[in-house]
Design a protein around this ligand. Structure first.
Ligand code: CTP
Length: 403
């Protein structure tokens, strides 16, 4: 089988050096990568580096190697074009259909999915000109992932950083796996909760659970790759932020509830993949609880946490909003799942069987997605991303019928 053909467009920003890492990941995972830098990108990383890492010739202009590489062919034959970093300038050129170098020509001839990973100063990103260009590109079906927040060139911090190359690579993989050019969650805002809450007893101890957050992160990544704006509410996951996703870190169930309720009014879908503690200690000891010689420990008194899924399902923040829950069951999986779906009032419930080695922390999952309309969608044992894709298929179908 031919290797998938990826065009890596690199435009002239300091983050160009990070594209070397993206290129390495793409090449090492069996993609045929053709790097098309702009002339200004070469001020940051030279052609020799791109050529050595990709094993392919590198040119910036349509006039180079004309006999071998007609400027239209690179775009026509690509399975994916990813521009990382994408400067304000390349976004403007792409939005307006300019074609004054090899990369802009490639963008016009490509009929495959096109992904932009912007990186620039916060002011440039927020400027109405850039925002309108991004909106134009998204409307036409390109995927433009949101820049990350953090340290920018020099002393500045803010939104505008290139997301972690490993995370851009994950988005590329998802887009290639789907192989369609229509990002079906384009223009949608989705909220995903992930991880497990921790309910503190004292400054050093907590009651927690074994949820790793991997399923929630897979949901966030796949939604971003399908064009959605994603808010990921992460509880104690310790994982790097997925590319193009706004991450809100929380610790306890009460904090998770606050973050979900804040994000939900603007969301088309809310997916509660987090393992939320049903109970929390009734009291919090300000100092560490000490053992005392000859004394039995005090029992821990628990109180109920709010049921966030039930709350957002019953009291929809927005008409037509799709709410998805997860259920971990050990026995009578489907029957218990059906009862839980009704009790919680959500539209979809992903039911998986848990046990010692099943689900928690693993890369794989097996589940049945129950619909409030009586549907049952089995998802065979496989990567958590495959389950995530099925969840978004079902969500997109419901959102489609809500418009
Ligand atoms: N959930 C929630 N708030 C809680 C507890 C759970 O929003 N306080 C959400 C989870 O994010 C998940 C779903 O509810 O999407 C199912 O949680 P689960 O713990 O399996 O269900 P419970 O209602 O706790 O039922 P049971 O204890 O009977 O298993």
């Amino acid at each position: 089988m031919d290797k998938p053909k990826v065009v890596l467009g690199v435009s002239g920003g300091i983050a160009a050096y990070k594209a070397c890492e993206l290129l390495r990941r793409l090449s090492e995972s069996g993609h045929d990568v053709r790097v098309v830098p702009t002339a200004s990108a070469l001020h940051f990383v030279g052609a020799a580096t791109w050529s050595a890492l990709s094993g392919n010739p590198v040119s910036t202009e349509v006039w180079d190697d004309v006999h071998e590489v007609p400027h239209v062919r690179i775009g026509q034959h690509a399975d994916l074009v990813v521009v990382a970093p994408a400067t304000a300038d390349i976004l403007a050129k792409a939005a307006h259909g300019l074609a004054d170098d090899l990369l802009t020509n490639t963008l016009l001839t490509a009929r495959c999915p096109v992904l932009f990973a912007p990186a620039m100063h916060t002011e440039m990103w927020e400027h109405p000109a850039t925002q309108e260009n991004v909106a134009t590109l998204r409307r036409r079906g390109a995927i433009v992932i949101e820049p990350a927040v953090g340290r920018l060139t020099g002393v500045d911090t803010g939104k505008g950083r290139l997301p972690d190359p490993a995370e851009i690579f994950e988005v590329c993989r998802r887009v290639l796996a789907r192989g369609v050019t229509e990002p079906d969650l384009e223009g949608r805002h989705v909220v995903v909760s992930a991880g497990g809450t921790r309910e503190p007893l004292d400054p050093v101890r907590f009651l927690g659970n074994r949820s790793s957050g991997k399923q929630g992160y897979a949901l966030a990544r796949t939604a971003a790759a399908r064009g959605a704006r994603v808010t990921l509410i992460a509880a104690n996951t310790g994982m790097p932020d997925p590319a193009g996703v706004d991450v809100v870190q929380v610790g306890t169930a009460v904090q998770l509830r606050e973050a979900v309720l804040k994000a939900a009014p603007d969301a088309d879908a809310v997916v509660m993949a987090a393992a939320v503690a049903d109970f929390r200690p009734a009291t919090y000891a300000a100092g560490k609880i000490k053992k005392r010689d000859g004394q039995e420990p005090e029992p821990i008194v628990l109180v109920r946490n709010p049921d966030i899924l039930a709350e957002i399902s019953t009291d929809r923040a927005r008409p037509g909003q799709v709410v998805v829950g997860f259920a971990a069951e050990t026995d009578d999986v489907l029957a218990n799942g059906r009862k839980k779906l009704e009790r919680k009032g959500c539209d979809l419930l992903v039911v998986n069987e848990v046990g010692e080695r099943k689900t928690f922390g693993s890369e794989e999952n097996e589940a049945v997605v129950l619909g409030a309309d009586g549907t049952e969608t089995p998802v065979p044992y496989g990567p958590k991303e495959a389950l995530a894709e099925t969840v978004w298929d079902l969500v997109a179908r419901r959102l489609g019928s809500n418009v």
